[in-house]
Design a protein around this ligand. Structure first.
Ligand code: UDP
Ligand code: MG
Length: 407
């Protein structure tokens, strides 16, 4: 491939401490790509590995011009590594896959074929997943079932990294936090048409998995946050009237979005019931009025956040900076558990202290929604913040760039 020419295909592989895997994986990818008969580049993103991953990759790079390597200054997470890969990828078509040999490059041609059937995103489905049963496969089946119900996108395996994308679509999707597990849902925001095919999966031979059971709780909170984000920002493409050039645009506020109106309306009956009941049972009456106040706050906050999300084009406001930097863009992960704790505490205390309990419940609800509100602000500003620092970029033109924060 001529150094100035852009490749047709980019393979993006995030790696963190995969020294034994990168060489055999690269060789398999190259073998498969050679059979496709199109130009390609393989982009390894070393997510701040502390083993010899980068050394092995740079050594390989010396005699493999189709290989590009990005090295982060420090570990920024799989999502950030994927985001960097998508950012730097030059191909019209992009494939992402894990760097631990669990995904099989032999599936790449089938993914590309499916993409050519006028899809924007083709997801791999590890139907025969080779991971531990109770700690990996069961939580994954449950999470995928919930995600498909909540988002309405019937994908069996959101967490499978082996996916194929049209470059112009995936480059528009803001990725942060641990959002790589929600790429299908998030892609609908830019109107992506999504398909799924069964792919192979192998047990991990070398190295260890980077995740434990802790992700289950995080994924539950993520699902909630993304449901809200989708209901605000997403527009389902009109499937009857599809054309490759006309796609819905990004960050469009759904005109039907009415969480804040719904919350405002919902608060009214609670107010009425509360006022009627307050003379009969004080606790229930106060609780109803408390719920009414919380719902009104939700309504106000969400309405305000929408207005703000649209307005904040130039600078990050102090509040947006707070959510993005202090909360590492995942406010629900901080305010969610806090809200739930206050809610539980309030429920317990209600029996003993009927005046304090309901107030705590209300504060809990408000805190929880404050976290969700933060998610909206973080998402709306996502494309303007970069979560990783590239230390070295060994690109496909045989030049070494040392970058500061300029990426
Ligand atoms: N990974 C990464 N940064 C991280 C954690 C993981 O780049 O902070 C990479 C990892 O090297 C692998 C892929 O993401 O290539 C998937 O990780 P892993 O195999 O640990 O996840 P699992 O297959 O167990 O879900
Ligand atoms: Mg793995």
């Amino acid at each position: 491939m001529d150094a100035t020419q852009k490749p047709y295909l980019s393979i993006v592989v995030p790696v963190y401490n995969e020294e034994e895997n990168v060489r055999p994986l690269f060789e398999k990818i190259r073998e498969v790509c050679e059979t496709i008969g199109r130009t390609y580049e393989v982009l390894f993103v070393d997510d701040g590995s502390v083993d010899n991953t980068f050394e092995v990759l740079s050594e390989l790079r010396n005699h493999e011009p189709c290989l590009a390597v990005i090295r982060f200054q420090e570990n920024a997470g799989q999502t950030a590594a994927m985001a960097a890969g998508f950012e730097f990828a030059q191909g019209e078509r992009i494939i992402s896959m894990d760097g631990d040999l669990q995904n099989d490059p032999a599936d790449i041609p089938r993914l590309l074929q499916k993409l050519d059937e006028d899809y924007d995103l083709v997801c791999g489905w590890r139907r025969e997943r080779q991971d531990k049963f109770w700690t990996r496969r069961v939580p994954s089946v449950v999470a995928n079932w919930i995600i498909s119900k909540v988002t309405g996108i019937a994908i069996h395996d959101n967490g499978c990294s082996l996916k194929a994308y049209r470059s112009e679509i995936i480059k528009q999707v803001p990725l942060y936090g641990e959002m790589h597990r929600f790429i299908p849902a998030m892609s609908t925001v830019v109107g992506a048409r999504i398909a799924e095919i069964v792919v192979k999966h192998h047990p991990r031979q070398f190295g260890t998995s980077k995740y434990g059971l802790g992700r289950v709780w995080r994924v539950v909170l993520d699902i909630l946050a993304f449901k809200l984000i989708l209901s605000i920002f997403a527009r389902q493409p009109n499937s009857k009237n599809r054309s490759s050039t006309q796609r819905p645009y990004q960050n469009q506020i759904n005109p039907k979005f009415n969480v804040y109106r719904a919350a405002g309306l919902l608060s009214l009956p609670f107010f009425l019931i509360g006022s009627l009941l307050i003379n009969v049972t004080l606790i229930t009456g106060i609780s109803c009025i408390g719920i009414c106040v919380s719902l009104m706050l939700v309504s106000l906050i969400t309405g305000w956040s929408l207005a703000k999300a649209q307005r904040e084009a130039a600078d990050l406001s102090p509040l947006a900076s707070f959510f993005i930097y202090r909360c590492a863009r995942r406010p629900i992960r901080i305010f969610g558990p806090l809200g739930v704790m206050l809610l539980l505490l309030g429920s317990i205390l209600t029996f003993k202290f009927p005046h304090i309990g309901p107030i705590l419940i209300c504060i809990g609800v408000v805190v929880f929604f404050f976290g969700l509100f933060g998610e909206i602000i973080a998402y709306a500003n996502a494309k303007r913040v970069i979560d990783y620092t590239v230390e070295i970029f060994l690109n496909a033109k045989d030049e070494v760039k040392r970058a500061e924060n300029s990426y």
